[in-house]
Design a protein around this ligand. Structure first.
Ligand code: TYD
Length: 222
């Protein structure tokens, strides 16, 4: 039973690394489930649409946070808990830290309100938090260049907002014990995909009892 989250600003390169991890877990025949937050349930997909499509709904900051939390609660109930109970490694694209960063820190919430947001988010997440959170840290300029598709409602926010997002990730990584259970690894995502993958593999094998190097595993098995 192991729960790993990928976090980082838009364009940090989570997608590529998630695909690599999925591939590696497949090749090692490690039972796993890949999920994304928000999404992967009917309710979550409906909420995802409300949150990411440009429309006239204009959720305010608190409504936005509540919607992300509702989508997550459903995902935990329908997918995450059953998968963990079935001894899967669960890998998730974003989790509560995204809400704390995007709806909290990036909106300049003071420390006390960040704590409140975090606590309510954790309560609605049934106090379930990843064993390891990998934060892909990337300068916003570079991250922006990497998004070569139509930007969604949140990605379209102004540069200052995204700067705050990047700062927010660093803030939480540095003050981890004040907020989150589980472990955190700050990954330098400005490097090449190969280098980033090496950092991710070593963070996973150092922080969790999960060896991703095929060679080492083969040696162990023989
Ligand atoms: P993501 O799925 O990473 O976007 P994409 O599929 O476009 O790569 O995340 C969706 C967006 O939602 C992203 O801009 C971050 C934002 N988000 C929040 O603002 N709060 C949250 O709690 C979560 C989970 C995501």
């Amino acid at each position: 039973m192991m729960f790993i989250a990928f976090e980082g600003c838009d364009g940090a390169g989570k997608g590529v690394q998630l695909a690599r991890l999925h591939e590696r877990l497949e090749s090692l025949k490690i039972q796993h489930v890949m999920l994304r937050d928000p999404g992967d349930t009917c309710l979550g997909d409906a909420i995802r649409k409300i949150l990411l499509e440009k429309s006239s709904l204009n959720p305010c900051v608190n409504a936005e946070a509540a919607l992300f939390m509702a989508a997550r609660a459903q995902l935990i109930h329908e997918k995450i808990i059953p998968a963990l109970q079935n001894d899967n490694v669960v890998v998730i694209d974003r989790y509560l830290l995204s809400t704390a960063v995007y709806q909290g820190y990036a909106n300049n919430l003071p420390e006390e309100e960040l704590q409140t947001l975090w606590r309510s988010g954790l309560a609605l997440a049934s106090n379930l938090f990843p064993d390891l959170t990998l934060v892909l840290d990337c300068p916003t300029e570079l991250a922006r260049q990497r998004i070569n598709r139509q930007k969604d409602r949140i990605e379209s926010r102004k540069q200052e907002y995204h700067e705050r997002v990047a700062l927010g990730y660093r803030y939480f990584a540095q003050n981890w014990s004040r907020y989150a259970p589980g472990k955190v690894a700050l990954i330098d995502a400005a490097k090449t995909p190969e280098d980033v993958w090496t950092q991710i593999q070593s963070a996973i094998s150092q922080q969790l009892d999960l060896e991703l190097e095929p060679r080492n595993r083969t040696t162990e098995l023989t």
